[in-house]
Ligand binder design. Structure first.
Ligand code: FUB
Length: 326
C-alpha cells in the first residue's frame, strides 16, 4: 500500500528539499520556485530562483506545524552571482551552519557557493567567492566520523557534461548508448568547511554483475544526489532525470562504488523529481516535490513528505509518485 503523503507548505512553491535534524528539530533547505516568462527547455531556463527560505517542522513531519523562517539567502547579496539559485544543502560544525548552493556566475557557469550562519534557519552570509574548482549543481552533504563529504552533479542544464577529470572541456561530452553514464561526484570538505580538501571523485553505480550503468540505462544517474546511512551501509539515491524516477544504490563507504538496488519513487507530476531521506524519531521519511498544486507547471513545485520503509533485508519499498488518492 502506498504511504500517506503530506504537502508541507501549500502557501508557496518550493522544491528540491534537503532536510537535517539540528538541535532536535527538522530543518528544510528547499529551492524557492518563481513563475517565469521563459519557455520550458532542456537547459532548465525556467528555474529562475533568486532566493531561498529555510523551513522547520515542529516534531513529526507528517503532522507537525511548518514554520517559514523567511528569506535566508538572496542572490542580490552574493558578489559573484549571475542567475539561478538551485538546490542547497546545509551542514553544522562546531555550532556554525554552512549552506552550500549551486548558482550560475556572471559567465552563466554553475559554481558551488558557501554561506554561513550562527543558526540553522539563517540568515546566511555568502563568502565572496565560490569554492575553488567547483562546478555543476545539486549538492548534498554527508557528515560521517568527523568528516564532511559533499556530493554534487547534474547533467543537461546542470552542466556536468562540460567536465572530465574535474577540468572544463572545450565542448560538452555527454555519453550515449552503451557508453558508461556520467557519474555524480563526492569530495571531502576542508576542515574550515569552505573548500574542497581533495579532487572530487566519481560515484560509480554498478549493476548486479558489477558493470557500471550505461548511458542508455533508464536507471542511470542524472541529478539530485543524496546519501543516507542505514545498518552501516551507505545508500546513494538520485534522480534519473528524463526517465523521472528516484533510484538508489548501496555501498560500503561514502565514495562507493554503489550497487544499483531499485526504485524509491516512481514518476511524479512535473518533469523534475528530487528528494532527500531522513530519520526522525526512529522512522524514515522521504521528502520530495511534485507539480500537482500548480496544475502540472514543472517550474512551480510543491514540497511533500511521506514515510519510507526499509524491509528486513534493507531494501527500500517503492513509493508511487502519482497516487490518485492524494
Ligand atoms: O530546481 C532546479 C533543478 O530542478 C534542480 O537542481 C534539479 O534537481 C531539479 O529538481
Amino acid at each position: 500500500m502506498n504511504p500517506e503523503k503530506r504537502y508541507l507548505f501549500p502557501r508557496d512553491y518550493m522544491a528540491d528539499p534537503s532536510v537535517h535534524l539540528f538541535n532536535g528539530r527538522l530543518y528544510i533547505y528547499p529551492s524557492h520556485d518563481r513563475d517565469c516568462e521563459n519557455v520550458e527547455n532542456d537547459n532548465g531556463d525556467q528555474y529562475v530562483m533568486k532566493d531561498m527560505h529555510v523551513l522547520s517542522i515542529d516534531g513529526n513531519p507528517m503532522t507537525g506545524k511548518v514554520t517559514d523562517h523567511g528569506n535566508a539567502l538572496d542572490i542580490a547579496d552574493i558578489p559573484w552571482a549571475g542567475r539561478q539559485l538551485w538546490d542547497c544543502d546545509c551542514a553544522e560544525k562546531n555550532g556554525k551552519y554552512y549552506l552550500y548552493f549551486p548558482l550560475k556566475d556572471k559567465n552563466d557557469i554553475f559554481r558551488i557557493g558557501v554561506a554561513t550562519a550562527d543558526r540553522p534557519e539563517g540568515p546566511f552570509h555568502a563568502l565572496p567567492d565560490p569554492i575553488r574548482g567547483s562546478y555543476s549543481i545539486d549538492v548534498c552533504v554527508l557528515h560521517e566520523n568527523g568528516e564532511y563529504y559533499l556530493y554534487f552533479g547534474g547533467i543537461w542544464g546542470g552542466q556536468l557534461q562540460r567536465y572530465a577529470d574535474n577540468k572544463a572541456l572545450e565542448s560538452p561530452r555527454l555519453p550515449e548508448g552503451n557508453n558508461v553514464a556520467l557519474p555524480s561526484r563526492c569530495v571531502r570538505l576542508s576542515a574550515d568547511m569552505t573548500q574542497f580538501a581533495e579532487e572530487p571523485q566519481p560515484i560509480v553505480i554498478l549493476d548486479e554483475c558489477g558493470n557500471p550503468l550505461k548511458a542508455d540505462n533508464p536507471y542511470r544517474f542524472f541529478e539530485a544526489s543524496w546519501v543516507h546511512k542505514y545498518n552501516s551501509k551507505y545508500y546513494f539515491s538520485y534522480s534519473t532525470g528524463d526517465s523521472h524516477m528516484i533510484c538508489y544504490a548501496v555501498g560500503d563507504n561514502p565514495y562507493g562504488p554503489f550497487t544499483f538496488k531499485g526504485i524509491i519513487l516512481t514518476p511524479v507530476v512535473g518533469w523534475t523529481t528530487h528528494h532527500c531521506i531522513v530519520e526522525y524519531d526512529g522512522r524514515w521519511y522521504l521528502f520530495h516535490h511534485d507539480s500537482v498544486p500548480s496544475g502540472g507547471r514543472s517550474w512551480l513545485r510543491s514540497l511533500k513528505v511521506c514515510e519510507l520503509t526499509h524491509d528486513s533485508e534493507g531494501k527500500i519499498l517503492t513509493i508511487s509518485g502519482n497516487d490518485s488518492s492524494e
